[in-house]
Structures are given as structure tokens and as C-alpha cells.
Design a protein around this ligand. Structure first.
Ligand code: NAP
Ligand code: ZN
Ligand code: ZN
Length: 349
């Protein structure tokens, strides 16, 4: 065991504060990663503040948008070498034997995937996983991603969650040229959804509760912008979209967004607010609309997404902060005051 620096929440009301944690000695297939950057996902806030039905185990070290350098590898590691740049995302293990695991859908492991933080390790050690707000992480090589990018690694880190979480459902919905896509909730996930939908050739509309984001939406490549609180403007695009991607972090109803879908349109839900949303069945039946939930992506698809971003020069738009600014970053995210992802520079630990 090694003791490493980290930032943790000790309970749901406590700020994220400096601490130390233990990282395991390398097992045969383990990769030891020195963390360079870690993005701040809204899921970190939901977890640190215990907003998902009391599921948080304290102390919790959040962070699942990790980019770093391989420092050491276990004896059996074949896929990575010391000195390489790698990523770790939202999941660090799965059962590897169920149907979903065997068909590259291991994020939907029938026995539950092991999250990068706030999850029980599968090795029987009883240890709880600790995330990327730390100097290093030790992870099985099968859940480590290759990062071919050399520049702007801070802009790569959010791809490990915000990137794959939006890439995967847009691919599943087969978004392509000729399709109209709306993105609601222009935050960390939403801004990546815009970039991907544009890259896939769709006509993209941002629907945002922040009127001030109109200029940035266009800079991100969106073709149209609608202020979500302008009911008449929202109504004017009723039944016009093939796909609406919902990346809203706060409680809201699905019905107004369902109403935007044309025949066979799909509401892709990735946002995970605390409370249950309302859905009006009449809005679902009209146009035979569907609601599709989506959780991150498999390791295979995450690698495909990272390679796609490398080829197409797609990065997250980030504001890099020092570790002592995490609590301030949380407050600013809740107010929507971020364009579009905070990333912690781990050299400030
Ligand atoms: P974020 O950066 O904080 O962005 C959330 C956005 O939601 C805000 O920028 C804002 O966009 C919108 N919003 C906030 N309050 C709102 C309100 N009261 N009404 C309507 N819109 C509101 O969050 P994120 O990191 O992108 O995460 C978004 C959600 O996805 C979170 O719930 C997170 O837990 C979840 N998530 C899910 C997965 C998955 O696998 N499915 C993975 C990662 C994260 P506008 O200003 O444009 O309105
Ligand atoms: Zn996340
Ligand atoms: Zn499984």
C-alpha cells in the first residue's frame, strides 16, 4: 500500500478537503497512473452531496475523468508501458462473464459495474474505490484507455465521462447528416453532445435555460439556439426533431422535451437529477416517441471515441483550476457559471 494525496468529502455537508488515501500494491494486471488532470463531472457533486438515494459511502474521493502517465505496471500487463499517456473513466471493473460484459456492453454489467469511486472493489479486499481527485490511481489494464493526444491533455480528460456519455447515445440513435438534433442543458455533457452531433453532420439546436450561452452555442458549432424559458419559441419547434439529448442535472419534466420530437423521435436521457421526472403518456404516444436512457459507454466504445476526437481535433472546452478551488467550482457549476468543464490540475495537489 502507498499513501497518496487526495481530496475527499467526509460527509454530505462537508466541503471537499485535502486528505490522504491508500492505493493498493500492483497486482499482475494493474497499471499505476500518475494523474495529470481530472475533470469535474456533475455526478461528482451528486455523489459528494449524497443526492442519489443515500448511496454515498464516506469518505468519498470523486473524479472519473482522469488523464495521466503510466508510472509502473504489474508483471502481466501487456497493453501499456511506463511513460505512456492514458485515461481512466467512470468504470474500473465489471464481472467480465455475463452476456453484457461478453458483448462489449460491460457498462451495463448484469452484476453491476464497479465505479471509479464510491464502489466496492470486486477482489474481496473490502476496499472502496477512490477516484481521480488524487495524485495517482491503480487500475486493471482492461479498464485503462489509450490517449494518443500529446497536447491539451486538460481538454482530453472530460472525454472520459462527458465525452463518451454523449457519444454513445448519439451513435446508438445513428445521428447523421440530414437529422435534426436538439441538445438541452448546455453543461459539460451538453457541450460535448453539440460537438459530436455537429461532427456527425446533424443540424443542431441548443435549448438552454441560460440566455447568455447563445454566442458560445454557435462557437461550439450549433446552428440554432432557443431560450428554454421562451415558451413560444420552444412551441414553435414542436414535433420537429429526430433526437433530443437531455443532459440536464437539475429536476425537470420530460414532457416539454418529448413534445419536440417528430415521428419516431428519440429522447436520449443522460442527465441524472435527484428526483423522478414527470412524463405525460399522451406526449409519448404522439409520433410514437421513445425515451432512451444511456449510461457512459463500453471500454471499446470509449477508445473509439477517444480516437475519433484525436482524428477530428475534438476537445472539451475547459477551465483549469487548482485543487483548492474544487468547492468553488461546485458552486459555480450549480449556478451554471462554467464554460464548459472544470478540470483540476493535479500538480497543485
Ligand atoms: P453540468 O455541467 O453542471 O451541466 C448541467 C446543465 O443542466 C447546466 O449547464 C444547465 O444548462 C442545465 N440546468 C441546470 N439547472 C437546470 C434547471 N434547473 N433547469 C433546466 N436546466 C438546468 O452537468 P454535467 O456534468 O454535464 O452532468 C449533467 C447530468 O448528467 C448530471 O445529472 C450528471 O450526473 C449526469 N451524468 C450522467 C451520466 C450517464 O452515464 N448517464 C454520465 C455523466 C453525468 P443550461 O444553462 O444550458 O440550461
Ligand atoms: Zn461523469
Ligand atoms: Zn458483467
Amino acid at each position: 500500500m502507498r499513501t497518496v494525496k487526495a481530496y475527499a468529502a467526509q460527509d454530505s455537508k462537508a466541503p471537499i478537503a485535502a486528505t490522504t488515501i491508500s492505493r493498493r500494491d500492483l497486482k499482475e494486471h494493474d497499471v499505476q497512473v500518475e494523474i495529470l488532470y481530472c475533470g469535474i463531472c456533475h455526478s461528482d457533486i451528486h455523489t459528494a452531496r449524497n443526492e442519489w438515494g443515500g448511496s454515498t459511502i464516506y469518505p468519498v474521493v470523486p473524479g472519473h475523468e482522469i488523464v495521466g502517465t503510466v508510472k509502473a505496471v504489474g508483471n502481466g500487463v501487456k497493453r501499456f508501458k511506463v511513460g505512456e499517456t492514458v485515461g481512466v473513466g467512470v468504470m474500473v471493473d465489471t464481472c467480465r462473464t455475463c452476456n453484457n460484459c461478453k458483448s462489449d456492453y460491460e457498462q451495463y454489467c448484469e452484476n453491476g459495474m464497479t465505479g471509479t469511486y464510491n464502489a466496492q472493489e470486486r477482489d474481496g479486499s473490502g476496499m472502496i474505490t477512490m477516484g481521480g481527485y488524487s495524485a495517482e490511481i491503480v487500475t486493471d489494464e482492461n479498464y485503462v484507455l489509450r490517449v494518443n493526444e500529446t497536447d491539451n491533455l486538460a481538454g482530453v480528460a472530460p472525454l472520459l465521462c462527458a465525452g463518451i456519455t454523449t457519444y454513445s447515445p448519439l451513435k446508438f440513435a445513428d445521428v447523421k447528416a440530414g437529422m435534426k438534433v436538439a441538445v438541452v442543458g448546455l453543461g459539460g455533457l451538453g457541450h460535448m453532445a453539440v460537438k459530436f452531433a455537429v461532427a456527425f453532420g446533424a443540424e443542431v439546436t441548443v435549448i438552454s435555460t441560460s440566455e447568455s450561452k447563445v454566442k458560445e452555442a454557435s462557437k461550439l458549432g450549433a446552428h440554432h439556439f432557443i431560450y428554454a424559458k421562451d415558451a413560444a419559441a420552444v412551441k414553435s419547434v414542436d414535433s420537429t426533431f429526430d433526437v433530443v439529448l437531455d443532459a440536464i442535472s437539475a429536476d425537470h419534466d420530460y414532457t416539454p422535451y418529448l413534445n419536440l420530437l417528430k415521428l419516431h423521435g428519440k429522447l436520449l436521457v443522460v442527465g441524472l437529477p435527484e428526483h423522478q421526472p414527470k412524463v405525460l403518456p399522451f406526449s409519448l404516444i404522439k409520433n410514437r416517441r421513445s425515451i432512451i436512457g444511456s449510461g457512459i459507454g463500453s471500454i471499446k466504445e470509449t477508445q473509439e471515441m477517444l480516437d475519433f476526437c484525436h482524428e477530428n481535433k475534438i476537445f472539451a472546452d475547459v477551465e483549469t483550476i487548482s485543487a483548492d478551488k474544487i468547492n468553488e467550482a461546485y458552486e459555480r457549476m450549480i449556478k451554471g457559471d462554467i464554460k464548459y468543464r472544470f478540470v483540476i490540475d493535479m500538480s497543485t495537489l
